[in-house]
Design a protein around this ligand. Structure first.
Ligand code: SAM
Ligand code: SF4
Length: 349
């Protein structure tokens, strides 16, 4: 379906839980409470919403959260979504800690690809940032997925750790108190980028957006990071091949098996080609990350109806209206215009 700006909307991110086994400081630090189970859409409700969305032209589903693998039987949902006529791909984004034991079931369910979020390869930095010692499990999950020939992408949020650390040192009170200490000698992004050298994976640097606790972190822009990469990897050049359905801009460095991508919502604003909507774990359909507005699909999915097909008709109408009202662009550059104050974990990243 097209929105009112003639953009084709064919991609839906579906958050299946607001719970997580990590506590990333920019997303779900300690103290953020999860909502009650009954508030979260059931698999059947998600299936029904996606089936209606598929009738309207949604073709690609990203299962996300919270951490989707913490929800019991998440692989069963992958299978349910894959069986919907019109749905071409179902992929998942995970922090990777629980990935390895679930790989066979995900594969059997028909998963088309896995995005692993991994912001650092330094164990101490990882522990400070996520509150977990799970880095070895993540790397095991990555290697195992590749052995099983599942396409893998790595997502790393692009944060200016060096400046944040400097600022924290200057500020006796510790600044916003958010910046984990950076210990490595090489810049933090080097080992992350070089995962694309060691493995056949695309590594994407995602500019930190001012959503939830993310607003306290200083983003490192694509322009700055790319300039540093050009110095470190002479000969790096644009990779014009398409690697998925999102807004990443890719580069190929000599000797690397995979590409390096940038997803720059602020410094490389891509709203003109935005193709996505989001379904939150509580069943709100959001058409833009920046604004809190959205359709309450859960209300329609749980209402009592008398006529057959009435529920689907209501969900369809709500979806169409939400797509019609999709804003032209986000307003992250003018945060005072933002109306979304929830954390990423509540929205579904
Ligand atoms: N737990 C899963 C994971 O970590 O991949 C899925 C949910 S998580 C919210 C999805 C992605 O959103 C992660 O890659 C995370 O780094 C990213 N993210 C969270 N808060 C963000 C923010 N404020 N700006 C940009 N990306 C953010
Ligand atoms: Fe959990 Fe993913 Fe948020 Fe980290 S980014 S707290 S892994 S949901």
């Amino acid at each position: 379906m097209k929105d009112s700006f003639e953009r084709t909307i064919d991609y839906m991110r579906v958050s299946i839980t607001d719970r997580c086994n990590l506590r990333c400081k920019y997303c779900m630090p300690y103290g953020v409470e999860p909502v009650k189970h009954e508030e979260i859409l059931t698999f059947e409700e998600i299936h029904e919403a996606v089936a209606v969305a598929a009738e309207l032209g949604i073709r690609h589903i990203k299962v996300t959260g919270g951490e989707p693998l913490t929800r019991l039987g998440s692989w069963k949902l992958v299978k349910m979504l894959k069986s919907i006529p019109g749905i071409e791909t179902v992929t998942i984004t995970t922090n990777g800690v629980l990935l390895e034991p679930y790989l066979d079931r995900l594969l059997e369910a028909g998963i088309d690809g896995i995005n692993i979020s991994l912001d650092t390869l330094d164990e101490e930095h990882y522990r400070e940032l996520t509150g977990s010692d799970g880095l070895p499990q993540v790397l095991m999950g990555l290697e195992s997925a590749l052995e099983k020939k599942i396409p893998v992408k790595i997502n790393a949020v692009s944060i200016d750790w060096e400046s944040m650390q400097k600022q924290d040192k200057e500020d006796q009170s510790g600044g916003a108190g958010q910046g984990p200490i950076y210990h490595q000698e090489a810049p933090w992004w080097v080992p992350v980028a070089e995962l694309a050298k060691t493995y056949p994976v695309h590594v994407r640097f995602i500019e930190m957006m001012p959503i939830g606790y993310g607003r306290w972190f200083q983003p490192l822009s694509q322009q700055v990071l790319l300039a540093r990469m050009e110095e470190r990897y002479p000969g790096i050049q644009r990779d014009l091949a398409r690697h998925g359905f999102g807004p990443a801009v890719y580069y190929q460095a000599p000797g690397f098996q995979g590409s390096i991508g940038f997803i720059s919502a602020i410094h490389g604003k891509f709203c003109d080609s935005c193709n996505r909507i989001r379904l939150t774990a509580r069943g709100q359909l959001k058409s833009c990350l920046c604004f809190e507005d959205g359709a309450d699909l859960r209300g329609f999915l749980r209402a009592e109806y008398t006529k057959p097909g009435e529920r689907q008709a209501q969900v369809r109408a709500a979806l169409k209206e939400a797509i019609r009202l999709k804003p032209a662009a986000h307003c992250f550059e003018q945060p005072e215009q933002m109306t979304e104050f929830r954390n990423m974990i509540d929205i579904g990243g």
